[in-house]
Write a protein that binds this ligand. Structure first.
Ligand SMILES: COc1ccc2cc(-c3cnc(C(=O)NCC(=O)O)c(O)c3)ccc2c1
Ligand SMILES: [Mn+2]
Length: 230
């Protein structure tokens, strides 16, 4: 069952500037990717970072699932992130819960502004940590199999990050375009992109601890049709 989801009524009460929502819609329609810097206040961002570090240091993160390497059957490790799922209602996730509801209000605010924004729900939030020992995530598509996920929404928490030194760059290869998008996982940066085959992407090896919070938003129709995943 998908976690409860903000109602559109709440969005209008938030009184979000439609110019921001129009900006997001336009970027998503044109490039299928949108970057918003300084998404929250510095203080809110720092509170989220502290909550995540605390959870990580309590050993609450587990290795993301391994995907069998090609041939030989050996489970060649192609993922390096450690993850933890939360719906942001636990007592030690208050700021993370605030982030999730701000993500909801952004995505819901775009509802109906373009045919692609027919969002009916979302996953819980996935807290991810790349420990920084050269861990990476090879090129992949988040939703290659019509599982219902339409938008990938990632919030980065990495202070003074420089991919030239720390690695951990996210590179997106928008389908059918001869450009790539190089996205630094910078503190207080929100990234949205279509989760399907339009946006293959990879995370380059990270050489410093790299934190992110990801939520996937479901398309109503695709989600209702999706086989209930095992
Ligand atoms: C069924 O259990 C699980 C558990 C964890 C899962 C994690 C991912 C995932 C997908 N993409 C990325 C990514 O692209 N990150 C880009 C960035 O951090 O900049 C990432 O970090 C993690 C996908 C499927 C999963 C299924
Ligand atoms: Mn991904």
């Amino acid at each position: 069952k998908d976690p409860p989801f903000i109602s559109t009524v709440a969005v209008s009460q938030l009184g979000l500037k439609t110019s921001l929502l129009d900006y997001i819609t336009k970027w998503m329609q044109t490039y299928g990717i949108c970057v918003l810097d300084r998404f929250l206040s510095e203080d809110e961002g720092l509170k989220i970072l502290e909550e995540i570090k605390t959870l990580y240091n309590k050993g609450k993160f587990k290795a993301g699932q391994l995907v069998k390497g090609r041939g030989g059957g050996s489970s060649k490790e192609i993922r390096g992130d450690l993850i933890m799922w939360t719906d942001g209602t636990e007592p030690d996730c208050v700021s993370i819960g605030n982030l999730i509801s701000k993500m909801d209000s952004i995505v819901m605010g775009c509802q109906g502004k373009s045919s692609e924004f027919t969002i009916s729900g979302r996953t819980k939030a996935m807290l991810a940590c790349y420990p920084g020992n050269g861990t990476q995530y090879v090129k992949h598509v988040d939703n290659p199999s019509c599982d219902g996920r339409r938008i990938t929404c990632i919030y980065y928490l990495n202070k003074n990050w420089d991919s030239q030194i720390n690695g951990g760059l996210l590179r997106i290869y928008p389908e059918g375009q001869d450009i790539v998008a190089n996205i630094e996982p910078l503190f207080n940066r929100l990234l949205l992109f279509w989760s399907d085959r339009r946006n293959p992407h990879e995370v380059f090896p990270a050489y410093a601890t790299r934190y992110a919070v990801t939520v996937w938003y479901f398309d109503e129709e695709e989600r209702s049709k999706a086989k209930i995943s095992a």
